[in-house]
Write a protein that binds this ligand. Sequence first.
Ligand code: NAP
Length: 279
Amino acid sequence: MLRRPESVPTESTRLAAVIGDPITHSMSPKLHNAAFTALGLDWMYVACQVPKGQGGMAVSQMRQQGFEGLSVTMPHKAEAASAVDQLSTSASRLGVVNCVRREGDQLIGENTDGLGFVQALRSEMSLDPNDLRVIILGAGGAARAVALALVDNGAHVGVVNRSPKPARELVEIAGSQSSVAGADDIGHADLIVNATSLGMNDDDPLPMDLDHLADNHVIADLIYSPKQTALLRAAEDRGLPNMNGLGMLLHQAGEQFRLWTGLEPPIKSMAEAVGLNLE
Ligand code: NAP
């Protein structure tokens, strides 16, 4: 459906939104509106502040409120999984939803985070996950999504986490090509992924001991604000290939766009909208 020339929303404009709390920092409106504009679609994407505990209600109301698609961010990802009618395979294994699409009157919960990471790895680092030895630091929601997608694409994943229980649970979900690992295993990896929240604040400790870094390592950090964490700075200083979390954010949004519209996402326009240079 093409947007009316004056770009003013009308009764035929299709709506999509992100729900979260807080939501003001979200880059999702920039990403999705850039995609709609690039393809001349009569769609509009808005950010909705939905307080904790009301995410499930917001999801189930999307039919009445006329939303075609929802992105779901913290703290509503688990609640959204309970509010939809069906879950995709990855959302069901993860137990969390970052995207809801409509199929007729049915709400389908999806999770595009892991695929977003794998696509970023391929396009930014030219790395194929097949047979890659990966250490993931962290075992929270993002670590789970990334670990499952990497294992599904043939990688061998070791999980290093401060608390043993979430690491064991992650490995149970990800299956036999994953294991709970320790700091001593980091040296044997090809790729190290920081999926902890350490690095978001200036005074955070490093998520790993830098003595474990080796010349063959590629470093990925899921954090995109700040653009360069202390871990990525250390990688850069040692001349190691590295990427931050902006590519994952971009590609998970691209997959959401594809699910809602059935169209190939205009990744270049979306990247430009958030200052990511794909050259
Ligand atoms: P989460 O579920 O809260 O998990 C946080 C993880 O960090 C846990 O493994 C936790 O370990 C670990 N951690 C926290 N504080 C720690 C500390 N002081 N020492 C050691 N480990 C610590 O968070 P999440 O949703 O997975 O998000 C993790 C990061 O990924 C965040 O920075 C988020 O911004 C980023 N992210 C990026 C994208 C993207 O598109 N690029 C998408 C999602 C998330 P314990 O289990 O021991 O508590």
